[in-house]
Design a protein around this ligand. Sequence first.
Ligand code: GTP
Length: 340
Amino acid sequence: MRSVILVGGLGTRMRPLTYETPKQMLPLVGVAMIERVLTRLHDYGVTDAVLALGYLPDQFIRAYPDDVIGGVRVTYAVEPSPLDTAGAIRFAACTASIDETFLVVNGDVVSNLDVSRLVAFHRERGALATLALHPVDDPSRYGVVPTDVDGRVLAFVEKPSRSDAPTNLINAGTYVMEPAVLDYIAPHGRVSVERTVFPALAEAGRLFALADVAYWIDAGTPRSYLRVNSDLLVGRVGEPLATRRTDSWVHPQSTVEAGVALERAVIDRDCYVGAGAILIDVVLLPGAVVEQGAVVRSSILGPGAVVGSYSTLGELCVVGANQHVAPGSVLAGDVRLGGV
Ligand code: GTP
């Protein structure tokens, strides 16, 4: 089956990391997010994908000169200006001349969703489009999707308050579509699939949805990015990737000095961690440095970032590429270091 993978967003919630690197090229335990997503889709029989690109497209194209990512053959549709989710689907499907049932996936969704089951359900129902739903404890940050007993979508409720949410099933960013859906998307300008196209299809009674309790995460915020890294380490999304007894992963080209405490730490290539440092629930992107005695928790260090000796970084610090945290600093809270 052919697919369109949406990877053209600005990734504003992951700034400053996404100033240099598009979100789906950020690594998850040493492998680019897009590669992990496509590897999983390949396991479900996806053979061809069109990457719907817009923001920093060259980074994808350069990284995969053979045009194969995770076993999937890829082509590229680069938007001249951001078209939003539906505009991007239309542009990519037209560029690739897709003329049969196809899959659409948000490129920042890491999941074990059973795509084959979704496609079979779509065909049984004769739907124009079918979306996967995922149950969450708090649906108030998401698009909530109530259905009837047959799975026909009744409405699309964007970000309801917790008490008003008609269901806890949310749009999981994975869709099966017929080419006729493209007729619901205006040919020019920005169009949102969630705000415009799905409500119109639901109104016409042609939109269906199927819940799946498999692992699912939208890896588009610093918190969820850290979460998916640690889930990969401990085996919540397939085989555990941790290589150390402490549920951590250290790239062979990195140096970790003696007496370092690691818990659910991901240390990518060419990093250095000085003696006595403590790293818990952290991701170090390539070339990051943590000097001796520093303590870093629940934080992301961008490429080439340096945390000075005996600093303490607490809950959700994101240090941008090549930024330096002075020795002895104390940072905590939703701190973002680095800008354009
Ligand atoms: P934020 O700015 O942090 O909200 O991230 P984002 O830009 O990725 O937006 P969001 O997570 O809502 O987007 C969902 C998916 O659609 C992601 O995989 C994006 O890469 C993708 N996307 C969003 N807008 C566009 C667009 O204009 N063009 C293309 N090709 N993809 C888009």
